[in-house]
Design a protein around this ligand. Structure first.
Ligand SMILES: Cc1cc2nc3c(=O)[nH]c(=O)nc-3n(C[C@H](O)[C@H](O)[C@H](O)COP(=O)(O)OP(=O)(O)OC[C@H]3O[C@@H](n4cnc5c(N)ncnc54)[C@H](O)[C@@H]3O)c2cc1C
Length: 244
């Protein structure tokens, strides 16, 4: 059992997304379609123009597949709420989790838990809890006959949200813009925000015309739309992500 940190790999993305998206968008207005599949020198500029006009359906043709590991089930539970995406996640039925890895919230570092009047390091306490749950999982799995899928599927009820998981996710560029708007926001939970940040860096390298000027939702809105729940860091966000 190990403490783990997130890792994000961009496994595949649509090759030459500028040319593809520009072709698709130009088709909408083309009376002469003879050169529609040719790569125009102006593709990147054209795509960025679509972005600034808010004409976003053509960027749906560009897709991105990420492999994510070293994250918690708490994180992926939030990730899979994004419905315009495809997912494949490592199963807790087919895969036994007797010695699962886990994510420790960094906010626990330096804190103390009081147990029977005694102060215990919060990270140590957290890790001990993981070990205890793994032992209980194993004992319950044995009680259920340790028969693989059939016993794993019930023993897993004692696994924690911190339990490490691995997931493939595919989103198109338009859904990614929406995902980044929601999950790069400072109101998003720290772990999904950290993963969104990694996905954003990788996607931007492959398709800068679509993702330049993207970021948390305040960037596009030109102000924070969260009202009283604002993080109060709009200027900081503009410095980090630039203006849309
Ligand atoms: C800071 C934060 C706090 C949150 N807190 C909670 C919480 O307390 N409880 C909770 O349950 N969730 C919570 N969520 C999750 C949130 O409610 C959404 O489920 C999640 O962000 C996915 O967003 P979405 O539905 O816009 O996106 P997606 O599923 O990615 O969809 C993208 C867009 O497609 C359109 N769309 C997709 N499906 C439909 C549909 N069926 N009908 C019509 N239009 C559709 C919508 O325009 C949608 O915005 C939170 C999210 C954030 C960022």
């Amino acid at each position: 059992m190990n403490k783990v940190k997130p890792k994000v790999v961009l496994v595949r993305s649509t090759p030459d997304p500028d040319a593809l998206v520009a072709s698709a968008a130009k088709l909408c207005y083309a009376s002469d379609t003879s050169g529609i599949l040719e790569d125009g020198a102006d593709s990147e500029k054209f795509v960025h123009k679509l972005f600034t006009l808010g004409h976003l359906s053509p960027i749906e043709h560009a897709c991105f597949t990420f492999y994510i590991e070293g994250v918690s089930r708490a994180m992926t539970h939030q990730l899979v709420r994004h419905r315009l995406a495809s997912y494949s996640q490592r199963s807790q039925r087919y895969v036994a989790h007797a010695s699962f890895d886990y994510v420790v919230p960094p906010q626990l570092e330096g804190r103390k838990v009081v147990v029977d009047g005694e102060e215990i390091d919060a990270v140590d306490y957290f890790c001990e809890t993981m070990v205890m749950l793994a032992q209980r999982y194993s004992r319950l799995n044995a009680a259920l006959g340790e028969s693989g899928e059939a016993s794993n599927q019930d023993a897993r009820y004692v696994l924690p949200n911190a339990c490490e998981t691995k997931i493939f996710v595919t989103m198109n560029a338009r859904e990614l813009l929406h995902f980044f708007a929601e999950r790069l926001c400072m109101r998003a939970q720290w772990e999904i925000r950290a993963v969104a940040e990694m996905m954003f860096d990788l996607a931007k390298q492959k398709f800068p015309a679509a993702f330049r000027g993207a970021g948390p939702k305040c960037i596009k809105a030109g102000r924070c739309p969260e009202g009283k729940m604002t993080c109060g860091k709009y200027q900081e966000m503009v410095e980090k992500y630039g203006r849309a």
